[in-house]
Design a protein around this ligand. Structure first.
Ligand code: PBG
Length: 331
């Protein structure tokens, strides 16, 4: 004999707003827009054809020519901008190729500005690691330490070279103390007060930069833990951000993104300027590798990744999927 149970249904049913695609779209709290996405691109000196990067399937080391095509496509897709990285043929102890007006990155800035400067924000990495033969982001003392203040002087010169090449926004990414202030002062003193600064502010010494080292042919031995932050520290990330705001940053960045969503949120709540996040090479490689094995739905995972980084509080997302995501969002 079974007793009858009279179950009263719930009064409140969140599922009602999930019933149809139109309802879900209408109440979505977060929207990823192509205009908030920035595509990082690599340009290599001395090559005629683009080259593959094995740990970043689908990403290329561009020639100056193939770079123009990639940025034109980015402009047609309505992206917010491109972030340029240069790979010089010859590296040296002081990274002089980054300061040389004829260096690959500075030439590429001028190329890209001529091609799409009226449609995209053209940004450049402002750091020595792509240009040094030891792979560090700064100039070394005789004992092999990264010399903060000597490096600042080199960053100031690099900023001037990039500004002279026509860049809209520089991205100091070396985590030297005082780098934003020095770059701001150098730009202002040379009549480049219109050039803005996206500061890599809360940048962590991360294993997720691994594939990037292949992308820029880095010769780094050791690690960057004396200048990039300890992944254990979130309060310190906010401190770095507030220093950069005080030094004149226009946009502050958290990097990497996925393992640092809590830092993105803290930073968003702490400042009143735009916050960027860098969805880095290792995050790209992990998802691509899983997708290549058939272990994950690639397109859904890309959009979920970018939605989550945006939901955490970033206004701008740098991602190697920028062009593809713009295509997916248009569907
Ligand atoms: C420094 C720089 C790095 C990245 C962007 N700018 C490397 C590093 O700091 O070690 C990494 C980007 C990525 O992993 O996608 N020039």
């Amino acid at each position: 004999m079974t007793e009858e149970i009279n179950v009263q249904g719930p009064l409140v049913r969140p599922r009602r707003l999930r019933r149809t695609p139109a309802l879900r779209r209408m109440v979505a709290e977060t929207q990823v827009r192509p205009s908030s996405l920035v595509l990082p691109v690599f340009v290599r000196e001395g090559i005629d054809e683009p080259r593959a990067i094995s740990s970043m399937p689908g990403v290329l080391q561009h020639s100056r020519d193939s770079l123009k095509k990639a940025v034109l496509e980015a402009a047609e897709l309505g992206l917010g901008g491109v972030m340029l990285f240069g790979i010089p043929e010859h590296k040296d102890a002081t990274g002089s190729g980054g300061i040389d007006p004829g260096g690959v990155l500075n030439l590429a800035i001028t190329d890209v500005v001529a091609e799409v400067g009226d449609q995209l924000t053209v940004m450049s990495d402002l750091c020595l690691d792509e240009f040094t033969n030891h792979g560090h982001c700064g100039i070394l003392t005789p004992d092999g330490e990264v010399d903060n203040d000597l490096t600042l002087a080199a960053y100031a010169q690099m900023a001037l070279a990039q500004a002279a090449a026509g860049v809209d926004m520089v991205g100091p990414s070396g985590m030297m103390d005082g780098q934003v202030g020095v770059v701001r002062q150098a730009l202002d003193a040379a009549n480049h007060s219109h050039v803005s600064i996206m500061a890599y502010s809360a940048k962590y010494a991360s294993a997720f930069f691994g594939p990037f080292r292949e992308a820029v042919d880095s010769s780094l031995v050791g690690d960057r833990r004396t200048y990039q932050q300890d992944p254990a520290n979130a309060v310190e990330g906010v401190r770095e951000v507030l220093l950069d705001v005080a030094e004149g940053a226009d946009i502050v960045m958290v990097k990497p993104a996925l393992a640092y969503l809590d830092v993105i949120r803290r930073v968003r709540d702490a400042v009143d300027i735009p916050v960027a996040a860098y969805n880095v090479s290792g995050e790209y490689a992990m998802l691509e590798a899983a997708a290549a094995n058939g272990w994950i739905d690639r397109e859904a995972a890309i959009l979920e990744t970018l939605t989550s980084i945006t939901r955490a509080g970033s206004d701008v997302v740098l991602t190697y999927w920028a062009s593809e995501a713009a295509r997916l969002l248009a569907r």
